[in-house]
Design a protein around this ligand. Structure first.
Ligand code: AN7
Length: 359
């Protein structure tokens, strides 16, 4: 009989701060595919690389894992409205889960700096969307202040219930591989995700499901790389708008994740991000938004610098779906717009254009 995945709270209830009497707001998030990418393994010269394709979540990003837990807890606490600052994906997830919970949502986004795919989701799910004349860091400061003084629940990853949900991605990796990878890389923005994986892997070690946690690598966009600079970046800039964040909220947790796992931070240029974005589409068959290619791009850069640790198994989380921010796929390496050829309605002329010989 067909089995439907029940969402991360029900699948992992014994390892989350929930009991069966708590309300559960779910859209069936989690259970995302771990896809082997031999082309990437060859590029990095390692035994295997698996992509944890978080674009397969209900709203198209990993944010759904933390939103099911945060919104469920908010509902249990009697919330009528949730608020989130966002570079886009959190706003889409907050809006969708608020609808499912029967709540209002308010999302604060940096004006003109979120992709239209994400904006369309927040609009579709009737969020109250406010474009703040500032960057993500300004939005988060505002959201925190509003939630402290007004009856709106904050569902950004500074809400610990978010990390609880997001840690389930580490559980899934171990469940599918049967062990931990040697190294696990991902894009790094506000630093909630790397902190959540660290939490998840640490629990796996404590429960003796794995012997050792993977080295956790967080990769930033070069124009928005506070963890490389060692301090907040006042004016972050990158085409990877999802991770255009200068003052990451989970700073200490991410530092701890790196130190405790023996991992590292890295940064890549927008050009390197877009190169990997194309590589994943063309060589792995996995279409992600540019920001989501940052983890793999960072590993490739480390490889080129001779700084990639000697490891066998790698997992890379690709955090959001390509359809979130599709414009980049419609440009070639030189930034020129790609326009598919127009052809007449005759098989022989189409065959000629395709260079096909008659069989
Ligand atoms: C596709 O939606 O911060 O390091 O407001 O959308 O946990 O912040 C998004 C972040 C990576 C970075 N990849 O994760 C938001 C937001 C994608 C993202 C990140 C984000 P964190």
């Amino acid at each position: 009989m067909a089995h439907q995945w029940r969402g991360v709270i029900r699948e992992y209830m014994d390892r989350l701060p929930f009991t069966k009497d708590d309300p559960v707001v779910t859209l069936g998030e989690g259970g995302t595919p771990l896809i082997e990418a031999p082309a990437l393994a060859r590029l990095l010269d390692v035994g295997s690389v698996h992509l944890k394709f978080e674009g397969m979540n209900p709203t198209g990003s990993f944010k759904d894992r933390g939103m099911t837990t945060a919104v469920s807890k908010a509902l249990g606490d009697g919330a009528k409205a949730v608020i989130a600052a966002s570079t886009g994906n959190t706003s889409a997830a907050a809006a969708a889960y608020a609808v499912k919970a029967g709540m209002q949502s308010v999302v604060l986004v940096p004006a003109g700096k979120i992709s239209w795919g994400k904006l369309s989701q927040a609009v579709a799910h009737k969020a109250q969307i406010l474009q703040v004349r500032g960057n993500f860091d300004d939005c988060l400061r505002l959201a925190r202040e509003l939630s402290e003084n007004y009856p709106v629940f904050l569902v950004n990853s500074v809400n610990p219930n978010r990390l609880q949900g997001q840690k389930t991605a580490a559980f899934e990796v171990v469940d599918v591989l049967g062990e931990a990878p040697d190294l696990h890389a991902m894009p790094l923005g506000n630093a909630g995700n790397i902190s959540a994986y660290h939490l998840g892997y640490r629990e796996e070690v404590a429960d003796q499901r794995i012997k050792k946690q993977p080295m956790l690598y967080g990769i930033q966009a070069a124009g928005s790389a506070p963890f490389i600079q060692g301090s907040p970046v006042a004016k972050p800039e990158t085409i990877a708008t999802a991770i255009r964040i200068g003052n990451p909220a989970s700073w200490d947790l991410a530092q701890e994740a790196k130190r405790d796992s023996g991992g590292g931070f890295g940064s890549v240029s927008d050009k390197e991000i877009l190169w990997m974005h194309r590589f994943l589409s063309q060589e792995a068959g996995v279409f992600v938004e540019p920001s989501s290619a940052t983890g793999a791009a960072g590993l490739y850069k480390l490889k080129q610098l001779g700084e990639l640790p000697k490891v066998d198994r790698i997992v890379v989380t690709v955090t959001g779906h390509g359809l979130k921010d599709p414009d980049w796929a419609l440009k070639d390496e030189n930034g020129r717009k790609i326009k598919p050829k127009k052809v007449p309605t005759s098989a022989s002329s189409v065959a000629e254009i395709l260079g096909l010989e008659r069989k």
